[in-house]
Design a protein around this ligand. Structure first.
Ligand SMILES: [Zn+2]
Length: 176
């Protein structure tokens, strides 16, 4: 397994719109290895989502998995999911505020505004077209990762910059 060093905030790759993947690429051994290595990198970095631009590749590929850990004991697990060329096709009017962090700038937390529910379309790792509705924490994770593929970070979704803090202060002050 290969661990990729993560690109960090300030790197223009995180501000670029990533290129769609041609479906034929999904059949290649290189793609399968890339997906495995992205999960490995995400788990080692203790994240719940990772996009290809965070490992230096400007392509529309994201991996998501929420495992139960002692740090995340209150989030329901979400199964291993691969998103290729994802598009949000519907957003609820109802908004929620979520404290978010990002593997590309790990020492901050910010209160982002998100849609409570979304509908999303994407190809799975086998190239099958999936359309599904998500709500609550999984919907927030999908919005965070799909934002990345369009050159946005969660700080862009923070309405009041006073609701950005260091991880140390966050741990002292916020219980979620
Ligand atoms: Zn992120």
């Amino acid at each position: 397994m290969h661990y990729y060093p993560l690109t960090e905030l300030g790197n223009p790759i995180l501000r670029a719109k990533a290129k769609p993947l041609p479906p034929a690429y999904l059949k290649t051994a290189a793609f399968k290895k890339l997906v495995k290595d992205m999960f490995y990198t995400m788990h080692r970095a203790q994240g719940v989502g990772l996009v290809a631009p965070q490992i230096g590749k400007s392509i529309q590929l994201a991996v998501i998995e929420v495992r139960k850990t002692k740090h995340r004991s209150r989030s329901a697990p979400f199964p291993r999911t691969v998103l290729v060329n994802p598009v949000i096709t519907w957003r609820s009017k109802e908004l929620v505020h979520s404290w978010e962090g990002c593997l590309s700038f790990k020492d901050l937390r910010g209160l982002a505004t998100r849609h409570k529910e979304i509908k999303v379309s994407y190809l799975d790792e086998k190239g099958k077209k999936i359309s599904r509705k998500l709500k609550d924490f999984p919907a927030i994770v999908f919005q965070h990762e799909i934002d990345h593929l369009n050159g946005h970070v969660y700080l862009d979704r923070v309405a009041d910059m006073r609701a950005v803090m260091t991880l140390n202060e966050f741990k002292k002050r916020i219980t979620i």
